[in-house]
Each structure stands twice: as C-alpha cells, then as structure tokens.
Design a protein around this ligand. Structure first.
Ligand SMILES: [Zn+2]
Length: 144
C-alpha cells in the first residue's frame, strides 16, 4: 500500500490491502490495452466528523495504450486512453490514479449512526440577533 505514493495524501492510514489484477494484451482490433481490477478497502477521513472512514473498493478499468493524445480519438469507446510516453508509466501510478478517480470528492460516513459528528450540538453561526418580526408589528401599531 505504501507503494501507492500518490494516494497517501488522501488516505489517513497506510494500512489496508488491495488486491490488484492486471492484464496486458492486444485485442482483436489491434488495440494494446491494460485492463485490471482493484479490490479492497481504503481508509479516508470523514469531512464531517474528521474520524476515519473505511471505503470499500471494487474497481474495474480498461485502458487503451496510445502513443500520444491525438490517438485517443481512434480508441474504441470501451477504453480509457492511457498515453504511453518514452518514460514507462509506473504501474503503481496507474493504479493510484484509478483509485483517486473512484474516490468521492468529499468523503462522509453514510449514516448518522456511523458518523461521529454530533448533529444536535450544531450551533448556528453567531451573528446579529434578528429582530422578532412580531416586535416590529407591535411597534407599528403603537405609532398609529
Ligand atoms: Zn463522519
């Protein structure tokens, strides 16, 4: 798990195991592809209560290998383009990217009983005290 360096900033823990299966090949249409599955669980931080949150992963991806971006249009729809430059892409980076794409933008515990945030303690932001609208009416009546 520590190998997926790009993931570490978003994870609260390096603990956890991911089962990754990769399959590199060429389909009947001549497209070189890297297909794989990622299964396991990652630990994130709930943005509401700031406690740890386990997120199960079950991903499947299919990347079509292309030499440059312009070749992306020629890829069959079933593939996501993966540009292969002179530098070989690190498999760990590819996997990290796939996981990052699958993570929610804001991670939150699903249920209120799972989440540690105590909603009933919520305090409305302190601001100017609103005037009771009925008090205003009472003032108007007195002026008449
Ligand atoms: Zn929470």
């Amino acid at each position: 798990m520590a190998a997926l360096e790009r993931l570490l900033p978003v994870l609260t823990s390096e603990q956890g195991e991911l089962q990754v299966e990769l399959n590199l090949g060429k389909d009947t249409g001549g497209t070189c592809f890297l297909a794989g599955t990622i299964e396991g669980e990652v630990t994130l931080r709930c943005q509401r209560c700031m406690q740890e949150l386990q997120l199960p992963l079950d991903l499947e991806f299919r990347l079509g290998l292309i030499r440059d971006e312009s070749a992306a249009d020629a890829l069959p729809d079933s593939y996501e383009p993966l540009a292969v430059t002179a530098e070989p892409a690190l498999v760990a980076d590819i996997i990290a990217d796939e996981i990052l794409l699958a993570l929610p933008i804001v991670s939150l515990h699903k249920g209120s009983n799972e989440c540690h945030a105590v909603v009933k303690d919520y305090q409305p932001p302190q601001g100017e005290q609103r005037k009771n609208p009925f008090a205003v009416l009472a003032e108007l009546k007195q002026k008449q």
